[in-house]
Design a binder for this molecule. Sequence first.
Ligand code: PMM
Length: 275
Amino acid sequence: MGVVNVTPDSFSDGGAWFDQEKAIRHGFDLVAEGADIVDVGGESTRPGAQRVSREEELRRVVPVIEALAAGGVPVSVDTMRAEVAAAAVAAGARLVNDVSGGLADPDMPRAVAAARVPYVVMHWRGHSHDMQSRAVYADVVREVREELLRRVESILRCGVDPSMIVLDPGLGFSKSPEAGHNWSLLAELDALTSTGHPVLVGASRKRFLGRLLAGPDGAPRPFTDSDDATVAVTALSAAAGAWCVRVHRVRPNADAVRVAAAVLAAADRREGAAR
Ligand code: PMM
């Protein structure tokens, strides 16, 4: 999944695709580099970000989704709002990616049920302006799994088909880099893959990578210089059974997915031969 943030202030690409023509071109480029899905978002979720209005979010994403979908691109919409999700699906989006897992807008699960599209349910504890204060866990892996499964129960009650639900641990969202929450979640991805739902991992250019790669003076690496580390996370996630990775630079990550798939296929063949 390649990312197109139609925002002036996203953490990971600093507003490079705010211009709609550029955003559309970038979406097609990501497909040419190997993206199976292009994720279009109009609201920044970087820590501390303030919300944009629904009207502004619609204005940003709908024309980009229309143009990409008309060009045959499988598009997902990255939104927490039911109305934006519905408008995006009407414009041709084929998946709804909701970083709040249905918590930000109670109408979202019913909108997704009506749209009959896959639904990415991410682990989330609150809006960006204060999400880091909620990064408190006794056991992050157990709590993220339990909170996600509670979300799934509630979403199923709204009529979403269970086979349409994708789970996401929400790396960087109410997760503390100092406490190592993101690494624990990656180390035990099977806590989510074992639910039977496909799993999406969004590590690309996140601050916990910049902190890992800090220089001798302790200054975190800038986000654009953490793409190689993102590729490493992609290979490990794909080998651990992730269904999808959400990334800013598609080509090297698509290569990493192919490497992991080749290793998994060889392991399957050897297991088959041993039986
Ligand atoms: N991360 C960002 C935005 N949307 N969606 C999902 N499903 N998972 C994520 O981890 C995720 C997301 C962070 O935004 P960025 O594109 O500005 O880095």
